[in-house]
Design a protein around this ligand. Structure first.
Ligand code: RTP
Ligand code: MG
Length: 139
């Protein structure tokens, strides 16, 4: 994957609350092009592997339970400076600290159920995109 891509998930809370359309609209308006997308549900194993970096954190069990409790939308997005610009668009992990107009400020429930994921580096964007999509699913 080239460095102008990032990976995102619309998390179960945002799906449950009916925010898929509004979040995709924010993403498109910010200039991101969708190059892969699916509506899916993570298995326990998927979530444990995806968030393995957090496995020693106290919130790991809660995070895995949350991320597997319902469907998500996963996508690979393309734009110049994608990783950094997307993190700016989603806002801080804790929506209480997220800037006005950011996706988490608008749609997140709390620090744990925070509506969206965004890759934190080009390297992780490539790893996470490849975890969710085969080469044939990326356009
Ligand atoms: P993400 O990876 O989902 O884009 O979120 P992030 O970089 O902003 O935050 P990170 O530190 O990577 O945490 C991953 C996800 O774990 C949940 N979390 N819960 N209960 C808590 O204190 C807590 N802290 C983090 C959130 O769902 C967070 O996005
Ligand atoms: Mg993270």
């Amino acid at each position: 994957m080239s460095t102008n891509r990032t990976f995102t998930m619309i998390k179960p809370d945002a799906v449950e609350n009916g925010h898929i359309g509004a979040i995709l609209e924010k993403i498109a308006s910010a200039g991101f092009k969708i190059v892969a997308m699916k509506y899916t549900q993570l298995s326990l194993r998927d979530a444990q592997e995806f968030y393995a970096i957090h496995k020693e954190r106290p919130f790991f069990g809660e995070l895995v339970e949350f991320m597997t409790r319902g469907p998500i939308v996963s996508a690979i997005l393309e734009k110049e400076n994608a990783v950094e610009d997307f993190r700016a668009l989603i806002g801080a992990t804790n929506p209480a600290e997220a800037a006005e107009g950011t996706i988490r400020k608008l749609f997140a429930t709390n620090i744990a159920e925070n509506a969206v994921h965004g890759s934190d580096s080009d390297e992780n964007a490539a790893i996470e995109g490849a975890f969710h999509f085969s080469g044939r699913e990326i356009y």
